[in-house]
Design a protein around this ligand. Structure first.
Ligand code: SAH
Length: 340
C-alpha cells in the first residue's frame, strides 16, 4: 500500500524532491497544491514537471477527500466518517459557532484506555492513525466546508499521547504557515493523563493548548472512571502538569465531566480546588453525554451551579461547556460504532 502524501512533513517533502533531483522550491509548490489549493489529483499540480508528478503518483497516495458518510446539517454540528485505505474508518466532528469552526479529530482507530463513560474504547482498539490520516480528516472537512476550520481539538476517538509522533507531525502540518496555517494556539491536544506525553510536549517548541481529562479529585473515583489512573495517579499527573506549566508558561485546561452523585458534590469541588491550588489552569465542566454502556447520569443544573460556585470561591476559574452534539450521538466514537 502506498503511503499517504499527507504523511510527509514539510522537510520530508523537500527530501523527496531532492531524491528526484528537483530543487527545494518544488516542495513549496507541492505543499501549496496540497494545503492551499487542496487539489485531489496529481494532474492538477500544473506547475510541476510531468516527470515529477508521475513519480509522486507512483510513490504516494493522494486520498479522495470525500467522506464515507456525514451526519447533521450544514451550520450545525456535523459528523464525518472518513474511510481509510485498509477499510478502517475514523470520525471527525465539526462544531460551528458564531465566530469559529472547530474540528474535532480522532488520533487512533479505537482506544486502549477504556474510560467508563466514553464510547471510544468500547469497540476496542484497532490501530494507530498515521499522521497523514489525521491530516486527511481536516482535508475532508475543508472540502465539505469549502474552507478550513479555524480551531482544531484532538478530542475525537483515541488518545493523542498514545500516538505521540503522528499527532505532533499532524499538528506541525496543520500549523505550517505556507499551507493551512491554523495557529498553534487554536490547536488543543487533549489527554486522559498520559504523563510521558505531557513531559514530551513541554519540550516541544510549539504553543499548542493542552487539555487534561481529570474528572475526579480522588484516586478511588478517578480509577473507577479512568483505568489510566492506576498507571499515573492524580499526584503524579498533577506534578507533570505543574512542571509543564512552569516550563512553558502556559495555562492548562482540566476537563471535568459532572456525573450525578459520583463526582459532583460540594466536597468534590473543594477537594478539586485543593488539588489545583496555585496551578495556572482553568476547569472546563462538561455535561455528561449519554453513552448507553455507562449507567452514570448527568448532574442536575443546580448541582453544576453549586460546583462552579464552590470552585470560584477557591479562585479556580471554571466554565460549564454547553454540549453541542448530544442530539447527534456526538459522544466520541458513536458514528463509527454504528457503521461497524
Ligand atoms: N483521549 C483524550 C481525547 C479524547 S476524549 C482524552 O481523554 O482527553 C475528549 C474529551 O471528551 C475528554 O475530556 C473525555 O473525557 C470526554 N468524554 C468522553 N466521553 C464523554 C461523555 N460521555 N460525556 C462527556 N465527556 C466525555
Amino acid at each position: 500500500m502506498k503511503p499517504l502524501i499527507y504523511n510527509l512533513g514539510r522537510l520530508e517533502l523537500e527530501t523527496v524532491c531532492a531524491e528526484h533531483d528537483q530543487p527545494r522550491f518544488r516542495a513549496g509548490q507541492i505543499w501549496r497544491w496540497l494545503y492551499v489549493q487542496r487539489v485531489t489529483e496529481w494532474a492538477a499540480m500544473r506547475n510541476l514537471p510531468a516527470s515529477l508528478r508521475r513519480a509522486l503518483a507512483e510513490s504516494f497516495l493522494l486520498p479522495e477527500p470525500e467522506p464515507l458518510a456525514t451526519q447533521g446539517k450544514p451550520d450545525e454540528t456535523r459528523k464525518l466518517l472518513i474511510g481509510l485505505r485498509d477499510g478502517e474508518c475514523v470520525e471527525a466532528v465539526m462544531i460551528p459557532a458564531a465566530d469559529r469552526r472547530t474540528l474535532c479529530l480522532s488520533s487512533q482507530v479505537g482506544c486502549r484506555f477504556h474510560c467508563a463513560f466514553c464510547a471510544s474504547g468500547q469497540g476496542g482498539y484497532q490501530r494507530q492513525l498515521e499522521a497523514g490520516e489525521i491530516v486527511q480528516q481536516v482535508m475532508s472537512a475543508c472540502m465539505l466546508w469549502g474552507d478550513r476550520p479555524t480551531h482544531i481539538v484532538y478530542m475525537g476517538v483515541g488518545e493523542p499521547f498514545d500516538n505521540y509522533d503522528a499527532v505532533l507531525t499532524s499538528v506541525r502540518t496543520l500549523n505550517n504557515g505556507d499551507g493551512l496555517g491554523i495557529g498553534a494556539r487554536r490547536i488543543t491536544i487533549s489527554t486522559c493523563g498520559v504523563v510521558p506525553g505531557i513531559e514530551r510536549l513541554a519540550e516541544e517548541s510549539i504553543q499548542v493548548e493542552l487539555s487534561v481529562s481529570l474528572h475526579a479529585s480522588s484516586d478511588a473515583v478517578r480509577t473507577a472512571l479512568m483505568p489510566v489512573n492506576k498507571t499515573w495517579p492524580i499526584d503524579t499527573l498533577l506534578a507533570a502538569c505543574r512542571a509543564y506549566a512552569e516550563r512553558t508558561g502556559r495555562i492548562i485546561t482540566f476537563e471535568y465531566t459532572l456525573i450525578r452523585d459520583v463526582n459532583d458534590s460540594e466536597a468534590d469541588a473543594h477537594a478539586l480546588a485543593r488539588r489545583l491550588a496555585n496551578l495556572p489552569c482553568r476547569v472546563n465542566l462538561i455535561p455528561l453525554s449519554d453513552v448507553p454502556e455507562f449507567e452514570g447520569k448527568p448532574s442536575s443544573p443546580a448541582a453544576a451551579d453549586l460546583f462552579i460556585r464552590a470552585l470560584a470561591e477557591q479562585h479556580i476559574n471554571a466554565t460549564l461547556r454547553a454540549s453541542k452534539g448530544s442530539g447527534l450521538e456526538a459522544a466520541c466514537g458513536q458514528l463509527r460504532a454504528k457503521h461497524r
